[in-house]
Design a protein around this ligand. Sequence first.
Ligand code: NAP
Length: 552
Amino acid sequence: MSLLCVAIPVEAAEEIPVAIERAARARVLGARLVEWRCDGIASRLEGAAAAEAIARLVRESALPSIVTVRSAEEGGTCALTENARIALLARVARASEASDVPRMIDLEHASFAEGARNDDASLGGTGNEVVRALLASALMPRSEDAPTTKLIGSAHDFAGRPADLLRRVAEMQADPLVSIVKVAWMARSIRDNLEVFDMLASRSKPTIALLMGEFGLMSRVLAPKFGGFLTFAADAETGGTAPGQPTLRELRDLYRFGSIGPATRVFGVIGWPVAHSRSPAYHNARFTEANYDGVYLPLPVPDAWEHFKASLGALVDHDRLDFAGASVTIPHKENLIRFVTERGGTIDAHAAWLGAANTLVVHPHGTTEKQRLFATNTDMPAAVEVLSAALATRGRTLASSRIAVLGAGGVARAVAGGLALAGANVVVFNRTQARAEALADALSGKEIVLPDGRTHVTKVVAGRADALACGCFHAFVNCTPVGMEGGPDPSGSPLPDDVHLDDSVVVMDTVYTPRDTPLVREARARGAVVVDGEAMFLRQAALQSALFCSRW
Ligand code: NAP
């Protein structure tokens, strides 16, 4: 079981009472350890006063304590000399009252490793043996039942993966002073997480292996799956002590930290950017409801086929990750088709026709790639279902409707394709006319059999902007980002003012942030039947969830 450890920085003695309260709140939220980041206290107070302030933190803490005084070289702010910092930690560990002894102290291995330089005679002599002797004596059990401090030997790199990472880990594992090995580096891609998991699998001592930055979230959330000793969580008020540290609530409530174990299946949303995706909240909540042993994470993969191929390939091929599926979003929906095609997997016929997929399912027991990898597109049926339900309120079917699709990008392709397959007469309008024409060409001419048995050939045409106001459309669907928060035109509407709207017309927006876009507000005010972007988002996500939660 991995421990959840809240990291709380304490800059000055006056902050101690508030810090103690924070630790108590963190305990209620599920933290089982607190790391007191005492860089500030250590820098501001003189030796004995700093030790007493730290002893008070340990004594009054509602949680067992790790004490850290991090050097500037490894990402901290401590202004002490190296020897003064080591002397302070040794003093903290040797506290005379049992209640003041921290469970662990954390010290960079570079500060005391065999062969480390020490030219400063302030500890009673030069050479690294003096430092190691001081630490050994501080960590020594004083009696059988007296509490003793354990040493976390750590190594951090805020720039990337250290070239000598494996050597450093091996040295820490072999060092008798080190009880717990810790490594943390700035992840360069989500693939770095897999090295962390392999490292944890081959550990010979309790190990903390965590990645920093947005690519490293996986290592933090999945520590319990791979037997990591702990994961750090940020206090919501003080913020994280390392880049990419999630808050306690995020780990507990959003990522289901408490229910992650060795058999947990891993899912995620692959896109760029994905930090603000709503999919993790949606899918993790479904896993909880379904009592399904899964976790769903944001998986940022930069724009480019090579990144996508390398990242997804590594996830799918990792033998202990239990990677079981993904939502795939901008800009990788076409890349997913290419990936599954190159691998010899299975692509649902509609997604293959569209040339874009938003869902990957990895079958855990598939023995061939054809059985193992399955790609489909849930945007398409979701759009069809929500629009068809809205048209039905006006007595119409898709097959009897003429529908204007605004935009010719990825979502427009899924929406127009789905509507055309359902028998609708679809006209695509786009800022760049040539793209509308290309989309119309690509989606026209496919022969299908309608539910009533008749044969139908899909028909999509490109419209000129002035035709939007012809009064002949039963529905308008916005597939541009116009009206989207943070998009190119958040206060705009994609429908010109001269388009007539009344209660016989359906207006659907695919934009879902905000839910009430300018188009949604305007259409509602003019009496139209309105479908907001959330309806489609929830439906496509529900279709994915049904696939993800299948009990294979
Ligand atoms: P995309 O591939 O980038 O396509 C964007 C389309 O919008 C292009 O046709 C583009 O025209 C047009 N466009 C962009 N800015 C415009 C502007 N200022 N004025 C007029 N037209 C503009 O994007 P996408 O993947 O299709 O996504 C479009 C929107 O769909 C997103 O913003 C998102 O909100 C929404 N979406 C919703 C769901 C859901 O489940 N509800 C799912 C995915 C996406 P050009 O061809 O001229 O560039």
